[in-house]
Design a protein around this ligand. Structure first.
Ligand SMILES: [Zn+2]
Length: 247
């Protein structure tokens, strides 16, 4: 029974990514708002859902809180590493060097996207291994950032002069890999023994994406006050849902 949820939700992430890509092709003006809102959601989900749950679980299993936070740190570093080592390249700009995202969707760009999105889908499945609520929370965090992810993928590809066709090919890669991740998670039942480490690992990854990936993008495309207010709304939605809906 529970196996159907990760499949359905990873299919929703598939649609969210495609919808994001489609929105970019049509109209990118709302990108800053969407990035700000999903940044708020992505920072609040670890703080109010994943970490409290992980710490409760750790107490039951006699695992120290310190170990839970080590894995949170690892999750943060993992996504930071993926982005810096694979998605960003050094380019010459006049007399100096600057860093920018791989724009051609070449091997590195594509592998960062695929690895990251695979982990997204895998984390949804792992969440459902724990329980329905955590599975849903992780799925929502993934769906909320996959929409701007899809927008970004197409924008970066198109802005750097790639054809619409190759941009859409990258979008497809971004959309399909979470579904693969979710399917694989269904077969790896041994994850049940490592939930106390995996959940904080995913929490760290979401913190990175929210604070260091989505917020800077929101800052680039909206005014300071708008970015702050819209991300605060995303943050508060998760906070209030955690507090009052017992969700
Ligand atoms: Zn993602």
């Amino acid at each position: 029974m529970t196996k159907i949820y990760p499949l359905i939700l990873s299919f929703v992430t598939f649609l969210a990514t495609l919808a994001g890509g489609y929105t970019t092709v049509k109209n990118r003006s709302k990108f800053g708002y969407i990035a700000a809102f999903s940044a708020g959601v992505l920072i609040a989900v670890p703080l109010f859902q994943l970490l409290p749950t992980s710490l409760d679980l750790a107490a039951k299993l006699n695992v120290s809180a310190q170990n839970v936070l080590y894995f949170t740190g690892l999750g943060f570093i993992f996504l930071y590493m993926l982005e810096r080592l694979l998605a960003v390249k050094k380019v010459r700009s006049g007399n100096t060097w600057k860093y920018e995202r791989h724009s051609t969707g070449g091997f590195y760009g594509a592998s960062e996207l695929a690895l990251h999105s695979f982990v997204d889908g895998f984390s949804i499945g792992v969440g459902f291994h724990f329980n329905f609520q955590i599975g849903m929370v992780i799925a929502l965090a993934v769906i909320f950032h996959d929409f701007p992810d899809g927008m970004n993928t197409v924008a970066v590809m198109l802005n750097s002069g790639n054809s619409l066709k190759s941009s859409l090919r990258m979008l497809m890669l971004d959309a399909v890999t979470p579904v693969l991740g979710a399917v694989v998670s269904l077969f790896v039942t041994s994850v049940d023994n490592y939930l106390v480490y995996l959940l904080p690992f995913f929490a760290g990854g979401f913190l990175y994406l929210g604070a260091s990936d989505l917020l800077p993008e929101a800052h680039e495309e909206t005014s300071p006050a708008t970015a702050f207010i819209v991300s605060l709304v995303g943050f508060l939605v998760v906070f209030l849902a955690s507090r009052f809906l017992n969700f």
